[in-house]
Design a binder for this molecule. Structure first.
Ligand SMILES: [Zn+2]
Length: 480
C-alpha cells in the first residue's frame, strides 16, 4: 500500500506503527486517537470538544490530516465527546466504515441526530438573537450530515474478536460506563509482529445498578487510560439516602427538583432509584417529568439490550413487579408544547431533562423558570466540564446566562456525585491492577491537568509503570 504512504502528513513518515493524540489530551473532551500501521489509518473515537469556548473552537478547525486519509473509525461508546465529531469527519471526506457494538450503534442513531439537531437549533437561535460569532451563524453539522454518517456504521460483536484489516483486529470488553460501552483490546499486526494496545474508553463503576461491572484487563503493550476522576474518589454516601433527603426537603418547601441529566445512563439510573424509593415509601409519589425525547428513547434501548444487564437488574426485570425503570406517575414529554406546560406546574415535582452539563437542550428553559425560585432545587448528578453551566452552578454562580439572559440563582444547588458514570480514582486503580504485567507505556488521557497528574503519581507509586501524559497532537511510535 505504497500509495497510502504518500498521504501528506507529518504523522505517516514510515512503516512503524504510531499513535497520535488528536483529542482528550490534557483535557476531558474531544477523544480522537489516530493509530497508523502498514500505511493504514484507524481513528479510535471521534469526539466533539465540549466546555470552554477555546475548546469548542477546535471543532471548527481542520484536522491536521485529511479525513479522506482515514480508513476506519472504531468507537468505545456513544457519548458525544467520543462520537460527536463524526458528521464533521464524514462531511470533510472520511469515506470508510464506522465500527461499534450493536448498542453503541443504536445509541449513536439517537445521539448524533440529537447533536445535529441541537447544532441547528443553536445556530438558528443565535441568528435570531444576534449573539453568534459567525455571521450568519452556522451549525457545526446538519441533521442531513448526521443521517449520512449513520449509514456508515457497521456493528461488531459485543464480546468477540473482530478483524478490521490485516493490520488491525479488536475485541471489545464491558466497560460498565453506559449501555454498549467497551474498553478495546486492539491488536496491531505489522511485519509479522503483534502490538497490543488497550483503550480504556470511559470506565464505569463497580456495583452499580443495571450495567455489568468493568471487565478486568490482563495485558497490553501500550495502554491509554482515562483519568476523568484521576484525582478523587466519589463520596461514599448512599445514593438512595441522598436522593430521598433532597426530594423530601424540596417537596416540603413546595418546590421542584430539576435534574439536568445525561439522557444516556444517568436518567435510567435515576428512574431505577426513584422507583425503589417510591416502592419503599421513602419519598412521596410526585409527578416525574422525563422531559427529553432522547432520554425516553434511550430508556427503551436500555431495556432491550439485555446483553449489558447485570444479574440484579435481570432479577428485577423477571421478578414480576413491573418495569424497574418506571415510577408511579411519570410523564414522558416529547413535544415542545408539553415541555413548556411543565412551566405551569406549581406543586412539587421532579423534572429530569438534558443536557447534563447545562450546555444546551430543554433543561435551559426549566432552569430559567426554576432557578429564581428559592423553594426549588437543582440537582447536579454528573461530571461538569470547565466552562459549562453546570460547573458555574457547582462553583456557586449567583447568575447563569441562559439564552442571552442573566438568570438569578436562588434555588438550592446540590450535587449527588456518587451518581457519576465514571470510575473514581480507586476504581481506576482497581481496574489497572488487573494487568498481569506492566504495559510498556501507559498514556493518561481524558482528564483535566490536576486529575492527570494525580493519577500519574498514583500509578507510578503503586505500580511503578512508565507513564506519559501526551500533549494535544503529539505522536508516539508503537514498538512490537
Ligand atoms: Zn463517556
Amino acid at each position: 500500500m505504497v500509495a497510502s504512504l504518500k498521504r501528506d502528513s507529518p504523522y505517516n513518515s514510515g512503516l512503524m506503527a504510531k499513535i497520535t493524540f488528536l483529542g482528550a489530551a490534557g483535557t476531558v473532551t474531544g477523544s480522537k486517537y489516530l493509530v497508523e500501521a502498514g500505511g493504514k489509518r484507524l481513528l479510535v473515537d471521534c469526539g466533539l470538544f465540549e466546555g470552554s469556548k477555546a475548546l469548542r473552537q477546535r471543532n471548527w478547525e481542520a484536522l491536521p490530516i485529511p479525513p479522506s486519509s482515514i480508513d476506519w473509525v472504531l468507537l468505545t461508546h456513544a457519548h458525544i465527546d467520543h462520537t460527536g465529531y463524526l458528521p464533521r469527519l464524514v462531511a470533510a471526506g472520511f469515506a470508510g466504515p464506522i465500527y461499534a457494538t450493536p448498542a453503541t450503534h443504536e445509541l449513536c442513531m439517537l445521539l448524533l441526530r440529537d447533536s445535529a439537531h441541537l447544532q441547528e437549533e443553536d445556530a438558528l437561535y443565535a441568528s435570531k438573537k444576534g449573539y453568534s460569532t459567525h455571521t450568519p451563524p452556522l451549525p457545526l453539522y446538519t441533521v442531513a450530515e448526521a443521517e449520512t454518517t449513520l449509514t456508515r456504521f457497521r456493528e461488531i460483536p459485543r464480546a468477540d474478536a473482530f478483524t478490521i484489516s490485516p493490520q488491525f483486529s479488536v475485541r471489545p470488553h464491558d466497560a460498565g460506563h453506559i449501555l454498549g460501552s467497551s474498553w478495546l483490546e486492539l491488536t496491531i499486526t505489522e511485519n509479522g509482529k503483534q502490538i497490543r494496545v488497550v483503550f480504556s474508553g470511559d470506565l464505569g463503576r463497580y456495583d452499580q445498578p443495571i450495567l455489568k461491572d468493568p471487565e478486568a484487563p490482563s495485558r497490553a503493550d501500550y495502554l491509554l487510560c482515562e483519568s476523568t476522576y484521576g484525582d478523587r474518589d466519589h463520596p461514599a454516601g448512599s445514593v438512595p439516602d441522598e436522593l430521598a433527603g433532597v426530594i423530601n426537603q424540596t417537596a416540603k418547601r413546595g418546590g421542584a427538583v430539576v435534574i439536568p441529566s445525561f439522557a444516556v445512563g444517568r436518567t435510567q439510573t435515576l428512574m431505577y432509584y426513584l422507583r425503589k424509593l417510591e416502592q419503599q415509601q421513602r419519598i412521596p409519589r410526585l409527578p416525574v417529568y422525563v422531559d427529553s425525547p432522547m432520554a425516553i428513547n434511550v430508556t427503551d434501548l436500555y431495556e432491550r439490550h439485555t446483553e449489558d444487564h447485570d444479574l440484579e437488574f435481570t432479577r428485577d426485570e423477571q421478578g414480576g413487579k413491573g418495569d424497574p425503570l418506571n415510577v408511579h406517575e411519570v410523564h414522558m414529554t416529547r413535544t415542545v408544547e408539553e415541555s413548556k406546560q411543565i412551566n405551569d406546574v406549581v406543586s412539587p415535582c421532579i423534572i429530569i431533562s438534558a443536557s447534563g452539563m447545562i450546555s444546551g437542550g430543554r433543561v435551559l428553559h426549566h432552569l430559567a423558570r426554576r432557578l429564581p425560585d428559592s423553594r426549588s432545587t437543582v440537582m447536579l448528578v454528573g461530571y461538569q466540564a470547565q466552562g459549562s453551566g453546570g460547573r458555574a452552578l457547582q462553583e456557586g454562580a449567583k447568575f447563569l446566562r441562559i439564552h442571552g439572559q442573566e438568570v438569578p440563582v436562588r434555588a438550592q444547588v446540590v450535587e449527588i456525585a456518587q451518581l457519576s458514570a465514571h470510575a473514581g480514582k480507586s476504581e481506576l486503580l482497581r481496574w489497572l491492577s488487573g494487568f498481569q504485567a506492566p504495559p510498556r507505556q501507559t498514556f493518561l488521557i481524558h482528564g483535566e491537568p490536576v486529575a492527570l497528574n494525580a493519577l500519574r503519581d498514583a500509578v507510578t507509586s503503586q505500580f511503578h509503570w512508565p507513564v506519559t501524559i501526551p500533549a494535544y497532537q503529539q505522536t508516539f511510535d508503537l514498538n512490537p
